[in-house]
Design a protein around this ligand. Structure first.
Ligand code: WTA
Length: 702
């Protein structure tokens, strides 16, 4: 029997077998009595406390976990939808909350433990007292040497070292807005972000260890500055932390008067204290650039008070962080997960947060578990890609090491139940509770997850909305899809919450159109009920209220849990002079979930050659970074197009994934499809499979 899945306007016939693939009910797993016995959130009344009738005042509970310079008057101001304001009138400093306020009780406790990639270098602990000293000194340098003041922007392009959170917290102390760019992004990508945020200062590092090599990282800054300048933004100062102070790991030129080694300037500020600036709750704390449907990454602007309250509350209740825990989130601080759940959330709760410099499988598949054993980590947080990678590299490694996790997180992509079970049984040794947390850069913190001591786990399902979050699934006709119907739709959040971004930096219109226009019930309404947040993810809701996330419904490819815009990759391809047209589609990958695959058509008269493929590869690496490297680059004679000339990425995605292309008779050039199929799949016809939801629906036509 066939069923109908209503998705993205199109009605897609789906077989029972396929629904089973997407939506098989798994057995529940229950948290152990030992975990429940020590958990922060064990009162089932939390559901009532954070129910709609208590909204928005329920979020006082999170804000009250912080130390405020001035208490707020209005919890939620909805006067200018969808620009919600939280804790209005309150004043607070994020650096004070993550550092100073812990000194009385925890000054000698490790705030950060840095694990260098080379195993010959011992882990380095930074106590709360030491963090306080270092944040103050660096804040003094930013203020007095760079002339930075609250509201200014600074771009930070750094690897995973303690100097990264130190730089962020020093900015926060002054009210300077930081924009951290993932260290693996190229100089070009960083330069575009420097320009968009109008940063006058760039903070970087000479080099860092990755896969056994000391990489030259500072070299990227030269390109960043050049690109930023082209875009109209001049950077006055480049602050260069050194991996080994006194020694330089970078061969890149050092420009006198512009570039400064931090270890040479910092001694001038030794012992200086900088009073934390009481910031308006609504003052921006940071920008985090992320990919969307257009070519240009957007700067998600996060507020100080609401964001910090939200990440603190969710770190306490969902991550179950206590001050005595050793917490290790393996994400990179250059992504939102690192901001919220390596730096701000855990430090606001006085936890010990582990920062690992390198590759999880370096020098072998046991490394992660050796670190866990050595540091006695008890909370572990990572992505399905990392779990799949560790499972493949060392299926039987974890039991060889003597560590015990009480709690584990998975984030960033859907996790296959089979991988979930390995995480649970082998990594967690059957002892750890697992939370599958669904959320996005725009959201500040978790949206869906089980409450670890209260809700059973279900492999492959994120779970219900977390306290105070009311998710809903709508179809394309604005109708709510009922729980247990088996139908997929667009997951939305009905209400505002303190962690939601304020706006897109410099582009308020795009903020409204991207997230709120689609399901807005009344543009003139000041009632939040009329403004559901559209997340751009497909999802299914089971009868038990658990959401299962199916993946993006827009042009974003989730590569190893990292968001890449197809348009950004296509723009990079088009910088190669021989390329006339480019189309990028996601292809399923055993480890990384999805990876980009590139189709290019050449300009008339240009012969296809391996040299052109190399050039396209290089262009992608230069413009974006190695993470965007395509699985294949196919040179095709022409692109499949509609009669009005729209490029049909969906057809290419189907070919790349051995899926049914659907009806192609309406194309202007239907014959090209067989031609490309042969090129991609070979002469022999391959079995056509029904694919996952995000791949089937992929792609706008333009
Ligand atoms: C995906 C990362 C399934 C989703 C925090 C979302 C997930 C995108 C999950 C955001 C999850 C995140 N299960 N999919 N638990 N968590 N995603 O902005 O498609 O880097 O829209 O934020 O990752 O990625 P971002």
């Amino acid at each position: 029997m066939a069923r109908t899945l209503q998705t993205q306007g199109a009605v897609i016939e789906t077989s029972e077998a396929q629904i089973a693939v997407h939506w098989r009910e798994e057995e529940y797993y229950y948290p152990s009595a030992k975990f429940v016995g020590q958990a922060n959130l064990t009162d089932p009344n939390v559901v009532e406390r954070f129910s709609e009738k208590n909204f928005p005042e329920c979020f006082r509970e999170y804000a009250d976990m912080l130390s405020w310079d001035q208490y707020w008057q209005t919890t939620l101001d909805t006067s200018d939808p969808p620009f919600w304001k939280w804790f209005v009138g309150g004043k607070i400093n994020a650096s004070y909350n993550c550092v100073d306020r812990h000194l009385a009780k925890y000054k000698n406790k490790a705030a950060l433990i840095f694990v260098p990639e080379p195993e010959s270098e011992a882990p380095v602990s930074v106590t709360y007292r030491e963090l306080y000293v270092r944040v103050n000194e660096f804040a003094a340098l930013l203020r007095d040497f760079c002339g930075l003041k609250s509201g200014d922007r600074v771009t930070i392009h750094m690897p995973m070292v303690p100097e990264l959170p130190i730089s962020m917290l020093a900015c926060a102390r002054l009210g300077v807005i930081h924009s951290v760019v993932f260290g693996g992004f190229s100089g070009e990508a960083c330069g575009m972000r420097v320009a968009d945020s109008q940063s006058q200062v760039l903070i970087t590092m000479d080099g860092y260890y990755r896969n056994g090599k000391l990489l030259d990282h500072k070299a990227a800054s030269e390109i960043s500055l050049e690109i930023a300048k082209k875009e109209g933004q001049t950077v006055d100062k480049v602050l260069v932390w050194r991996r080994h102070p006194g020694k330089n790991a970078s061969a890149s030129p050092f420009v006198k008067g512009r570039d400064f080694f931090v270890d040479e300037v910092l001694p001038k500020y030794a012992g200086e204290l900088v009073a934390p600036v009481p910031m308006d709750a609504e003052a921006p704390l940071f920008l985090m650039y992320t990919s969307g449907s257009t070519g240009k990454p957007k700067g998600c602007q996060h507020r100080t008070g609401g964001y910090l309250a939200y990440v603190t509350g969710t770190s306490k209740y969902i991550q179950d962080i206590h001050p005595e825990d050793v917490y290790w989130c393996m994400a990179d601080i250059g992504w939102i997960t690192g901001h919220s759940y390596i730096v701000y959330g855990p430090l606001a709760l006085a936890a010990t947060s582990v920062i690992y410099e390198g590759v999880p499988t370096y020098p072998d598949a046991g490394r992660v578990w050796r670190i866990a054993e050595r540091l006695d980590v008890n909370i572990f947080h990572t992505s399905p890609t990392a779990i799949r990678m560790l499972r493949k590299a060392g299926h039987d490694e974890p039991p060889k090491y003597n560590y015990h996790f009480k709690h584990m997180t998975t984030v960033g992509e859907p996790i296959e139940p089979e991988v979930w079970r390995w995480y649970h049984d082998t990594v967690g040794k059957g002892e750890a509770v697992i939370v599958d947390t669904w959320w996005q850069t725009e959201n500040g913190g978790f949206l869906c997850s089980t409450k670890p001591a209260l809700d059973p786990m279900k492999p492959g399902s994120a779970g219900p909305g977390v306290p105070g979050i009311f998710p809903v699934i709508y179809d394309e006709n604005n109708q709510e899809i009922a729980a247990g119907s088996g139908k997929a739709g667009n997951i939305c959040i009905r209400n505002p919450w303190p962690g939601i971004m304020q706006t897109i930096w410099g582009d308020h219109d795009r903020f409204v159109t991207q997230y709120y226009t689609k399901y807005c019930k009344n543009r003139n309404s000041k009632d939040w009920h009329d403004w559901p947040y559209f997340a751009s993810d497909g999802a299914v809701l089971a009868a038990d209220g658990y959401f299962r996330i199916l993946g993006r419904v827009d042009d974003v490819i989730n590569v190893a849990g990292h968001r890449l815009g197809t348009k950004e990759i296509e723009s990079a391809c088009l910088t190669v002079p021989e390329v006339a047209e480019a189309a990028v589609v996601p292809v399923a990958d055993e480890i990384k979930g999805r990876v980009p695959e590139v189709y290019i058509a050449l300009k008339p008269g240009v012969q296809a050659s391996p040299a052109i493929v190399d050039k396209v590869n290089k262009a992608i690496e230069t413009m974006i970074g190695k993470i965007a490297r395509p699985k294949h680059i196919h040179i095709v004679p022409d692109m499949p197009k509609t009669r009005s000339g729209k490029l049909m990425r969906r057809v290419l995605a189907a070919l790349s994934n051995n899926m049914n292309t659907g009806d192609i008779s309406t194309l202007a050039n239907p014959d090209i499809v067989e031609n490309i199929r042969e090129l991609v799949q070979g002469k022999e016809a391959v079995a056509l499979a029904d694919g996952p939801e995000d791949l089937k629906k992929f792609g706008t036509e333009d």
